[in-house]
Design a protein around this ligand. Structure first.
Ligand code: SF4
Length: 377
């Protein structure tokens, strides 16, 4: 049962034409037959979820198509999935509906068709504007294709476009990163999501030697380059890895960081309702098979206890520039001397800041947040 009346919806579209070397997401090779079966299964999964007694009591405030490569979806299939959602739940008239797109799989007519289906926001996987680096990453697009895709989105009327970038990449020195940052900021995207490379288990690079990785001080300088340039151009660094022009924060992702509830559909998709987190079967064939047999494809299930819920609220809250309520944090630290000392040391180091009735990480705190959050678990 949901705790709240407003929920988000995540739809995982797992297909990719080619696996990027750094990627550990749940992906599957793109093929038309698998896509057809998947679309049918997702629509059925949504219909099964709609049978829950509470389904008519909630409103969907945001929908996020993530991947994989959601822009491999034919616009008719995207429209079909959104129609299924609209039949199953009340979708708020002003819902934010985002689709992640890769530059090589979009055109102006495709963006126009997505918009006609209800898409309000595009997240474009640019990663870099250095052709040699894009090749090293295993991406299928070049810098020209990335710029054309952005222009196609604008020409199609997309007025909320986010750009994903990566730093800390092999053979990416400070100058190469500055060129990418400067050029992308010149496009005037509404939102930016820059990620430092991490060599995750499950990726090709997670199990091999990756030559040419920059030293840590270069990666730190790359973080600050973007932080400075984005601020100078009016972007708000509102979450560790996210910047937005005023009014363009990602509503769907803010829901995650505020511990909002969300349904999840598709292979490997993870949802959160009440005090329960769950995850679907990851392999596409197994996911589809479960649904075709009339069963929900849930394979992992975790009920959070009070301590876990509090730690989550603290960590997720501190990911954003809104931070957490000061009084709430003070109450949380009472009786936990170890944590109180940690938090005091973060303040002394300049990583934590009191601002009116909130406590939040500074930009220097964002940079070391992974290490800080380990202390909170
Ligand atoms: S990074 Fe994106 S496009 Fe590349 S394999 Fe992973 S999900 Fe697919």
């Amino acid at each position: 049962m949901p705790r709240t009346r407003e929920i988000g919806v995540y739809v995982h579209v797992p297909f990719c034409v080619k696996k990027c070397y750094y990627c550990a997401f749940n992906t599957a090779p793109h093929d038309d037959e698998a896509m057809r079966r998947y679309v049918s299964a997702v629509r059925s999964e949504i219909a099964i979820a709609a049978r829950a007694g509470w389904a008519s009591d909630v409103a969907v405030a945001s929908v996020f198509f993530g991947g994989g490569t959601p822009s491999l979806l034919h616009p008719d299939d995207l429209a079909g999935i959104l129609a299924s959602l609209g039949r199953a739940f009340v979708v708020a008239p002003d819902a934010e509906i985002t689709i992640e797109c890769n530059p090589e799989s979009v055109t102006r007519p495709k963006f126009e068709a997505y918009r006609a289906s209800g898409v309000t926001r595009v997240s474009l996987g640019v990663q870099s504007l250095d052709d040699a680096i894009l090749l090293t990453l295993g991406r299928l697009h070049g810098s020209t294709g990335a710029r054309r895709a952005f222009e196609a989105a604008r020409a199609a009327g997309c007025d909320n476009v986010s750009v994903d970038l990566m730093y800390g990449l092999p053979d990416q020195d400070g100058a190469a990163w500055r060129r990418t940052v400067g050029a992308v900021l010149d496009w005037r995207p509404d939102h930016l999501s820059p990620y430092g490379l991490s060599l995750d288990a499950g990726s090709v690079w997670g199990s091999t030697e990756v030559p040419g990785l920059p030293p840590e001080d270069t990666v730190v300088e790359q973080y600050w380059t973007l932080a400075r340039e984005a601020r100078a151009r009016g972007y708000d660094h509102y979450e560790i890895s996210n910047y937005a022009r005023p009014g363009f924060r990602s509503r769907h992702n803010l829901g995650y960081w505020r511990r909002g509830e969300y349904l999840a559909f598709g292979p490997g998709a993870c949802g959160f309702l009440g005090d329960v987190r769950w995850g679907n079967a990851k392999p596409v064939a197994r996911y589809c098979g479960e649904i075709e047999a009339g069963r929900l494809p849930i394979e992992t299930f975790e009920r959070l206890d009070t301590g876990q819920a509090l730690a989550e609220r603290l960590i997720l809250g501190l990911r954003t520039s809104d931070g957490v309520p000061r009084e709430w944090l003070a109450a949380r630290l009472e009786g936990d001397r170890r944590l109180a000392e940690r938090v005091a040391s973060w303040r002394a180091a300049g990583w934590l800041l009191d601002e009116r009735d909130r406590v939040r990480l500074t930009e220097a705190g964002f940079l070391v947040s992974d290490a800080l959050f380990v202390d909170l678990l």
